[in-house]
Design a protein around this ligand. Structure first.
Ligand code: NAP
Ligand code: GDD
Length: 327
């Protein structure tokens, strides 16, 4: 039986990846950071909270990573842990550097010290392209990060490549473009919108405050994207891949899709609030997933419309439940 260790298992991707690997017959371990309240709601949503083994640890604590690797004896290690919200990275740049950047070398060191034959996946990001240098970003597009998060991820990206080249570790980076789902954190724009649409439709909210709605993103479904992570670790040689849909849409048009799904007009509810502007913005992202398609036979299968509808449906269900519970 193959054994996997996922850091960030309580996050959106961690939960979907855990479910995916369980379905493939893996024994799944997850590194779980200590928090004062429970963080397992996503694992519960997918019905797998009792099927994964959670090990307490933190990517900033090398000893806990060594312990987690010894306990799990993982053949595959997926590093998804991060301070992943771009907005917060300006308020907590040092924590972001320590978790999202240095956390990666901690885990690579732990692998080097315990079992260098373990395969490693690093959650790199399209945010590294930042101020884009090519209209369609591919593996050969130069990076130009625009946030402390993007800068920290760039360190994680290059240190992963460096450990592959220095120590022959099977270490791959997935340069994933934005991917969303009903399990997306509420602070990210798609989920903020779909949650608001559900609340407005059900009479609990009147307005939706947003920042730069002219920003464009290449949005896919997280459920599709975790398969690409796994496929990278099944290749004979480690490599880096862009994972994207190849289509880009403005935040404005994404709002339109969400509001129209419940027969509302976004223009009547969206209020532009400079509070949500960023000190430096990534105006547009558009990925070229040709390499993943050719080498991994991977392709995004969920359209933005299907994705947003799935998210609105899930939020309508949640809000209705909330109303019923409150009476
Ligand atoms: P997410 O929902 O924010 O999940 C982040 C996970 O990291 C959570 O489980 C969190 O634990 C954990 N974590 C945070 N600090 C930690 C620490 N110090 N030690 C151990 N664990 C820690 O993010 P996601 O959307 O699933 O993304 C997964 C990864 O892919 C992240 O690295 C993200 O930066 C990267 N990525 C995401 C996207 C995207 O569009 N979703 C695109 C490209 C790359 P708690 O639950 O306790 O907070
Ligand atoms: N969060 C948020 N809230 N974003 C807003 C808002 C708002 O009220 N209004 C406009 N936006 C714009 C942001 O300025 C940005 O241009 C875009 O919506 C997307 O923002 P997020 O959903 O927060 O995602 P992100 O692109 O900054 O980062 C996500 O994708 C990266 C991959 O490109 C995160 O998941 C990162 O972890 C990931 O690496």
């Amino acid at each position: 039986m193959k054994r996997a260790l996922i850091t960030g298992i309580t996050g959106q991707d961690g939960a979907y990846l855990a479910k995916f690997l369980l379905n493939k017959g893996y024994k799944v371990y997850g590194l779980m950071a200590r928090r004062s309240t429970s963080t397992t709601w996503r694992l519960e949503f997918l019905g797998i909270e009792n099927e994964v083994d959670l090990i307490e640890g933190d990517v900033t604590d090398l000893s806990s990573l060594i312990r987690a690797l010894k306990i799990s004896e993982a053949n595959e290690v997926y590093n998804l842990a991060a301070q992943s919200f771009v907005g917060t990275s300006w308020d907590q740049p040092i924590l972001t550097a320590e978790v999202t950047g240095v956390g990666v070398v901690n885990l690579l060191e732990a692998i080097r010290l315990t079992d260098p034959s373990a395969k490693f996946y690093q959650a790199s990001t399209s945010e590294m392209f930042g101020l884009i240098q090519d209209e369609k970003q591919s593996e050969s597009t130069p990076f130009y990060p625009r946030s402390p998060y993007g800068v920290a991820k760039l360190y994680g990206h290059w240190i992963t490549i460096n450990y592959r080249e220095s120590f022959n570790i099977h270490a791959s980076c997935g340069i994933l473009f934005n991917h969303e789902s009903p399990l997306r954190g509420i602070e990210f724009v798609t989920r903020k919108v779909t949650d608001a649409v559900a609340r407005i439709k059900l009479g609990l909210q009147e307005e939706l405050h947003l920042g730069n709605i002219d920003a464009k993103r290449d949005w896919g479904f997280a459920g599709d994207y975790v398969e690409a992570m796994w496929l990278m670790l099944q290749q004979e040689n480690a490599d880096d891949y862009v994972i994207a849909t190849g289509e880009t849409t403005t935040v404005r048009d994404m709002c339109k899709i969400a509001f129209e799904y419940v027969d509302l007009k976004y223009e009547e509810y969206v209020v532009i609030d400079p509070k949500f502007y960023r000190p430096a913005e990534v105006e547009v992202l558009l990925g070229n997933p040709a390499k993943a398609q050719e080498k991994l036979s991977w392709k995004a299968t969920t359209s933005l419309k299907q994705l947003i509808q799935m998210m609105v449906e899930a939020d309508l269900k949640r809000v209705k439940k909330e109303i019923a519970t409150k009476g």
